[in-house]
Write a protein that binds this ligand. Structure first.
Ligand code: UD1
Length: 430
């Protein structure tokens, strides 16, 4: 089984190129099947979730051609099945974007329900509410969500909670409904805007994405397009916090600094220097980190996907910090692993109370989910001594070449597959 072996104690220093946003690319790839014309998409990250989605699309007859590692050509003219059900697609949350896309185009879709409850129970009631409001019948049985209708009709939909997935899914279907749809209390994340821009580039008429009211005038047909995905805000934020955690100096390149404002603000608060340029941000952590309080919130608040990374940083800060998770109920599972590395953290329901310690110590740990896995890798890079991290398949779901990028920044990290590899690594880095 693949693991990371890490010898800690080296600050991350240098420049790192940020890839395309996974959470924008997933719905955009799904939406690309909504036209019979050819679509070219650039800046897709080469990560596991994307590849699973592309395979599922191929399985229903979509032509998918990988032009290069980061670009793909898609043609959905010859789709031969509206039933998406394979073992792998069940494991990724974003499988549900195929429902919105196929329902919009064909008024019919059957997709295996997203599984995985690694960070809390993740409902889909708001997706269903939206599809029903557009006139679709929706049934859940045998692990599948089945939805169909004669036609979709625009409607006024008020989301009971702010959901990235539900906003995007309903926006996709509604863009091919008859008449106008208004989605209120919609998510404002940069990837929601990116999906709206992509759909508009195929002929949709969507206004207001990025605000909490989205207006969609339905059209009957989409056309082909060439589109480039926005940079990944969370990958960038992870490396920015990597600088803080390891007392390093990291420049994230090819980013949109505006999307990183809540992350930059917290880094400044805890005593880092943050320097922004047009498409890069440099983070320097030369002083002892300071404590702070943070609560995860929908955009433009501090992202839940950055919660483990800031917790790892605050575990090294002077004084007591409080981190409150308000989006997912079970997102502190990694804290047990961090405590094994010397952290002093007490979790009470959705709040972590963190007493800063002098430093972490290496340990054999396990990645419980994608973002927590990345945060634990950063903890291990800052720690004294050796660590191994297993279950890295979670990290590979969302970070392209994570260990290679970290290595370029000076980390002593290796992808290993056996005890023999680990021994070899230890001899090399002593
Ligand atoms: C997306 C991101 C994920 C990120 C999250 C919040 C993808 C593939 N994943 O997930 O990385 O952490 O946004 O920024 O883009 N909820 C319901 N009913 C619903 C929908 C959501 O109760 O119908 C709840 C969820 O359980 C969760 C909260 O709303 O507690 C937010 O979920 P949502 O914004 O939908 O997250 P995802 O789209 O699943």
């Amino acid at each position: 089984m693949e693991q990371y072996a890490i010898k800690g104690g080296t600050p991350l220093v240098g420049e790192v190129e940020i890839g395309g946003a996974k959470n924008a690319a997933l719905p955009i790839l799904a939406a690309a099947v909504m036209t019979d014309e050819t679509v070219h998409i650039d800046n897709i990250p080469d990560v596991r979730d994307i590849n699973v989605l592309l395979d599922a699309m191929k399985s229903i007859g979509v032509m998918v051609k990988r032009d290069s590692r980061h670009s793909v050509t898609i043609n959905g003219a010859n789709i031969n099945s509206l039933v998406v059900d394979d073992e792998n697609i069940r494991k990724i949350r974003a499988s549900y974007y195929l429902i919105g896309a196929l329902l919009g185009k064909y008024k019919n879709a059957e997709v295996t329900l997203p599984g995985g409850c690694d960070i809390g129970c993740r409902g889909i009631d708001q997706h269903i509410k939206g599809f029903k409001a557009l006139g679709a019948e929706v049934n859940l049985d045998h692990g599948m969500i089945r939805t169909h209708c004669e036609k979709l009709t625009g409607n006024h939909i008020y989301m009971d909670l702010v959901s990235v997935g539900a906003t995007i899914n309903v926006m996709m279907s509604a863009s091919m409904a008859e008449g106008t749809t208004i989605i209120e209390n919609s998510a404002k994340e940069p990837h929601v805007v990116d999906v709206a821009n992509f759909l508009n580039s195929m002929g949709a008429s969507i206004k207001g994405a990025g605000t909490d009211v989205i207006r969609i005038k339905g059209v009957s047909k989409f056309h082909g397009t060439d589109y480039t995905i926005i940079p990944d805000q969370i990958e960038a934020g992870t490396f920015m916090f990597g600088a803080a955690i390891t007392h390093g100096d990291v420049t994230v390149k090819n980013v949109i600094p505006k999307h990183l404002e809540s992350i930059s603000a917290k880094l400044l608060e805890i005593g880092c220097e943050v320097m922004e340029e047009d498409d890069c941000v440099r983070v320097v952590a030369s002083k002892k980190l300071k404590h702070t309080h943070v609560k995860t919130l929908p955009y433009p608040g501090f992202p839940t996907d950055m919660q483990p990374q800031i917790t790892v940083a605050l575990g090294l800060a002077e004084g007591t910090s409080i981190v409150t998770e308000s989006i997912f109920e079970n997102r502190f599972k990694y804290v047990e692993e961090l405590i094994r590395m010397g952290a002093s953290i007490k979790v009470e329901s959705s709040t972590a109370i963190i007493d800063g310690t002098k430093g972490y110590t290496g340990a054999d740990i396990s990645a419980p989910d994608l973002r927590a896995g990345a945060a634990l890798v950063l903890a291990a890079i800052s720690a004294e001594g050796f660590s191994t991290i297993d279950e890295i398949k979670y990290i590979q779901r969302g970070y392209e070449d994570f260990h290679i990028k970290l290595k370029k920044l000076g980390a002593d990290i290796e992808l290993v597959e056996s005890e023999k590899d680990i021994s070899k690594f230890k001899i090399k880095v002593v």
